[in-house]
Design a protein around this ligand. Structure first.
Ligand code: PLP
Length: 381
């Protein structure tokens, strides 16, 4: 089995690095790479203010939470972080989770029963698709961002319980058609659930993300993850007070797991404030995105349509994507090749991600390396 995966170019390995998480990564044997594959879009993961906040949180409150939220793990740091998040996004109440994966499972499992129909975008993140399966819902995956197809599906005889979409698609970087999804959810009397793991911090005039620009009435269930632009770890579900209270009672991934470290909750409060107030980070990121896209256009590199920090280059063939990733690594640049089953067959790609912490010179270095390695047959003209 393992040999067959290797044969198909699908074998996965972890490559350890040894220094801080930043735009330059240091290997265990002193190697150095420019990092273009992290989700640390605003350069927060090793920001000195955030490092200090985590250390201060740990000094004051210790490291572990000790128990689940409903035993004795619920701390005032959690409550304060939830209040900040509600204020930022205009929601009634928030619940914290140790990861986005758990938050997504909690939402679908709490509001759907076995056999309920759930409509999901074909390109939704694996955690959403897995959540639907684990909650034993019946799943219909509509073509990517095709709200009309979703609208027409089962119109005559299917009651749809929930409509689920990434707000920013994690492997493509494009935006969900939220306004149309709101209309579809209303017309099918379904609950709209958006996962904005990759929009948070990056989009919105205060970094509140893509989905939170719609009201809680339009989008009642929202998941935000802290492991990307906020530079930390964990996630939250936001929504109307009564629905959140239902989750406190029913959500097994909330009830039966150790609460997030209070020190992390303390640090995430600091991160929310920095990300919300330092708009210049978003402006720097936008400038790097524009620089990268313009470079790709000039060199006819097949960059996919995206205005977010996720700027994938389509390759198609899995082995070719792997070879390009390897070539970049040898040139000192770390970009991950994304293969099936993470993306559909025939759409392997290099998932380039940009950060406000990249310099223009670093982006220029990436473009030069891509230009040297990229085969003519894979260019756009
Ligand atoms: C869209 C999306 N949702 C959820 C998750 C899971 O979040 P976490 O890494 O916090 O488990 C990820 C990625 O990891 C993601 O890309």
């Amino acid at each position: 089995m393992l040999a067959a995966r290797a044969e198909e170019g699908l074998y996965r390995v972890q490559r350890a690095h040894a220094g801080v998480q930043s735009v330059c990564l240091q290997g265990t044997e002193g190697e150095r790479w420019l990092n273009f594959c992290s989700n640390d879009y605003l350069g927060m993961a090793a920001d000195p203010q955030l490092v200090e906040a985590l250390a201060e949180g740990a000094r004051h409150y210790g490291v572990g939470s000790g128990a689940s939220h409903l035993v004795c793990g619920h701390h005032e740091c959690h409550e304060q972080l939830c209040a900040e998040l509600c204020d930022w996004t205009g929601r009634d109440r928030a619940l914290l989770f140790a990861s986005g994966w758990q938050a997504n499972l909690a939402v679908i499992d709490s509001f759907c029963q076995a056999g309920d129909w759930v409509l999901q975008d074909r390109l939704n993140h694996a955690s959403l698709l897995d959540a639907g399966r684990l909650a034993r819902t019946r799943l219909h995956r509509y073509p990517h961002a095709d709200v009309r197809a979703a609208q027409n599906w089962g119109k005559e005889d299917r009651r749809v319980r929930m409509l689920v979409s990434d707000a920013v698609f994690s492997m493509d970087g494009d935006l969900a058609p939220v306004q149309e999804l709101v209309g579809l959810a209303q017309s099918r009397q379904a609950l709209l659930f958006l996962d904005d793991a990759h929009g948070l911090g990056v989009l919105g005039d205060q970094g509140q993300g893509w989905a939170a620009q719609w009201s809680q009435k339009d989008c009642p269930l929202l998941v935000l993850a802290f492991g990307k632009a906020l530079g930390g770890q964990g996630a939250c579900v936001l929504g109307p007070a009564e629905m959140m209270e239902w989750m406190v009672q029913m959500a097994r991934p909330y009830i039966y797991t150790t609460a997030m470290s209070p020190a992390m909750a303390f640090a995430m409060q600091a991160s929310v404030r920095i990300v919300r107030d330092q708009h210049e980070r978003r402006l720097r990121l936008r400038a790097r995105i524009a620089q990268f896209r313009e470079g790709c256009r000039r060199m006819a590199l097949p960059v996919m349509p995206s205005e977010t920090a996720i700027q994938p280059l389509m390759v198609g063939d899995t082995r070719q994507a792997m070879a390009l990733g390897q070539g970049l690594a040898e040139a000192g640049i770390w970009v991950s090749a994304i293969r099936p089953p993470t993306v559909p067959r025939g759409t392997a790609r290099l998932r380039v991600t940009l950060s406000a912490a990249h310099s223009t010179e670093q982006v220029a270095e990436l473009l030069a390396a891509l230009n040297l390695l990229w085969p003519t047959a894979l260019r756009t003209e």
